[in-house]
Ligand binder design. Structure first.
Ligand SMILES: C[S@@+](CC[C@H](N)C(=O)[O-])C[C@H]1O[C@@H](n2cnc3c(N)ncnc32)[C@H](O)[C@@H]1O
Length: 299
């Protein structure tokens, strides 16, 4: 068995992608069989067990016997869950710096599937409680919270351009991503129909172009190391843009957010997933969108 946790908002998406679903508990989906790749799970419970118990102390004892550090997920029986958690060792807040070290050990997670039944997994796929990545945020410099999506990708997934590399940032206004890329030492060609915030626009190594991203040809920009896009557009249109740049041969590394308005466009999502070397993931800091990255060059 494996269990996959998402937020209430993305439960339909998670159910759409998972096979062999055995039961659903709030936003936690329990499946039979081996680990499946999941775009929408925020936290994967790798060795879940179902345990019956009579008393709160018996539940806490059972959890202590299975593992050291536990985080509860509750969708019902909140007070009872709180009383059990109070008997377990405290988990200190896990807040990391941009590009800082991640906590070493992944956490255990548990829930009450009813008043007298635990679903507990001593191993999950994340060192963050229920996969919720927390940063020591920069409240002063970035002009929007969009920068946290790149911070998460760079810090947690290790997908990060090198100092001195040339990158393009499509849909860059007000400048959160451009700021992150500039800060790590990249030369940033920043493109949007709307202007950057003035305090970002005046930073060195940023070349801003006020134009429609879909009219820019790869030859206009030349060779780049990384293509970034946070443009609000239909997924199909973004796919065309990525494929145009791929076939130009002028760029081999891509990071984009695929944004959905209304219903999730599963058909286009599948097309992104089938691109060579593509990985698609709903990051903790993504809204109704997913992040896709394609890394084909080694630097
Ligand atoms: C979510 S915002 C980007 C936020 C940005 N990444 C940041 O970190 O501040 C999306 C941007 O896409 C831009 N956009 C939408 N369609 C565009 C187009 N056809 N060409 C250029 N920019 C476009 C919008 O002007 C908007 O600034």
């Amino acid at each position: 068995m494996i269990a996959y946790l998402t937020t209430e908002q993305f439960l339909p998406e998670l159910l759409e992608e998972l096979k062999n679903v055995r039961s659903v508990h709030g936003s936690l989906v329990l499946t039979d069989g081996p680990l499946q790749h999941s775009v929408w799970a925020q936290n994967i419970w790798l060795n879940p067990e179902i345990i019956s118990f009579e008393s709160i102390s018996q539940a806490a004892k059972a959890l202590k016997g299975l593992g050291k550090l536990w985080v509860p997920y509750t969708f019902d029986n909140h007070r009872r869950a709180q009383l059990i958690q109070e008997l377990l060792p405290k988990v200190k807040p896990r807040v990391v710096d941009f590009l800082g070290e991640l906590p070493e050990d992944n956490l255990g997670a548990w829930t009450l599937i009813d008043k007298n039944t635990l679903l507990a997994s001593s191993k999950t796929n994340s060192p963050f409680p229920l996969g919720e990545v927390q940063f020591n945020e920069d409240k002063k410099n970035p002009p929007s919270r969009a920068y946290l999506k790149l911070w998460e990708l760079f810090t947690v997934y290790g997908i990060v351009p090198k100092e001195g590399q040339r990158v393009v940032d499509f849909g860059s206004c007000p400048g959160g991503w451009t700021w992150v890329l500039q800060q790590i030492g990249c030369e940033v060609v920043s493109i949007d129909r709307a202007p950057l915030e003035p305090h970002i626009a005046k930073l060195p190594r940023i070349h801003f172009m006020k134009t429609n991203a879909f009219t820019v040809k790869p030859e206009d920009i030349g060779a780049i190391d990384w293509f970034f896009s946070d443009i609000i557009c239909y997924p199909e249109k973004l796919l065309e843009l990525v494929q145009m740049w791929q076939s130009s041969g002028l760029c081999s590394n891509f990071v984009c957010t695929i944004k959905f308005q209304g219903k999730t466009d599963f058909a286009t999502l599948k097309k992104f997933q089938s691109l060579e070397n593509a990985r698609v993931q709903h990051l903790h800091h993504n809204k109704h969108e997913v992040t896709v990255w394609i890394k084909t060059s080694s630097p």
